[in-house]
Design a protein around this ligand. Structure first.
Ligand code: HMH
Length: 217
């Protein structure tokens, strides 16, 4: 039996994951919730459900990124720390947005949000390349999802701009570069784990939009 050294095999990249799983990725990033924000027809209950649940999501996402920092190579610190700083600001911004809408934030997670947060917690047991791939996918889902519909009407303009702005797009490209860099030296087993994590993120993203779109508060 001929065993090819790993270096001769083409290594997995984020871009390959997007192409291989194009349909599931589309479902993660194109949703009636976002289309109705663009049209200005999303209902306040739908938007408020998304807003309060996403606040709870971002708390746990911030914790996930903190755990990822703890296992990242030093050369990835700058980008991850800039992400953590932005997430800290984002939590404060969510609190302002919720207050403007008189939304309580001391609420429980809906099941879909809980399942997504549990998944993020479980990533801590995974090798760094898997965590880096999931980190990129989670940020890229919002970058594309909020950007693709185009400029949104008030009061949704700033929400679309937060994740769709060119600076955020650049940051997500750096996350992709970092994930690709570590996937390059990853074993086939780790590549498979990264692929599974990517698909899981895509499915959870779709579920999150479904939760906001269909569930009452
Ligand atoms: C559900 N996915 C969800 N919420 C967010 N704020 C992000 C991703 C961040 O990119």
């Amino acid at each position: 039996m001929l065993i090819l050294p790993k270096k001769l095999a083409m290594s997995l990249t984020c871009n390959q994951l997007l192409h291989k799983h194009a349909q599931v990725w589309r479902e993660a990033t194109v949703h009636p919730f976002l289309e109705q924000c663009k049209l200005g027809t999303v209902q306040p209950e739908q938007f408020n459900t998304w807003l309060s649940q996403d606040y709870l999501f971002v708390i746990d996402f911030t914790r996930m990124v903190a755990r990822l920092l703890a296992v990242a190579p030093l050369k990835h610190f700058d980008v991850i720390l800039s992400g953590l700083g932005a997430l800290g600001d984002e939590l404060n911004w969510f609190e302002v947005k919720a207050a403007e809408r008189s939304l309580a934030l001391n609420i429980g997670k809906q099941l879909t949000c809980q399942i997504y947060c549990d998944f993020m917690y479980s990533l801590a047991a995974m090798p760094y390349p898997v965590q880096a791939t999931a980190f990129w996918a989670i940020e890229f889902a919002y970058n594309q999802g909020w950007q693709m519909p185009g400029t949104m009407p008030e009061p949704y303009t700033e929400f679309a701009a937060r994740w769709g702005n060119p600076g955020f797009t650049e940051y997500v490209k750096l996350l992709e570069k970092q994930a690709d860099e570590v996937l390059q030296d990853a074993s086939v087993t780790i590549e498979h784990q990264a692929e599974e994590a990517f698909v899981k993120v895509a499915k959870l993203e779709k579920d999150f939009w479904q939760m906001a779109f269909y569930a009452a508060q």
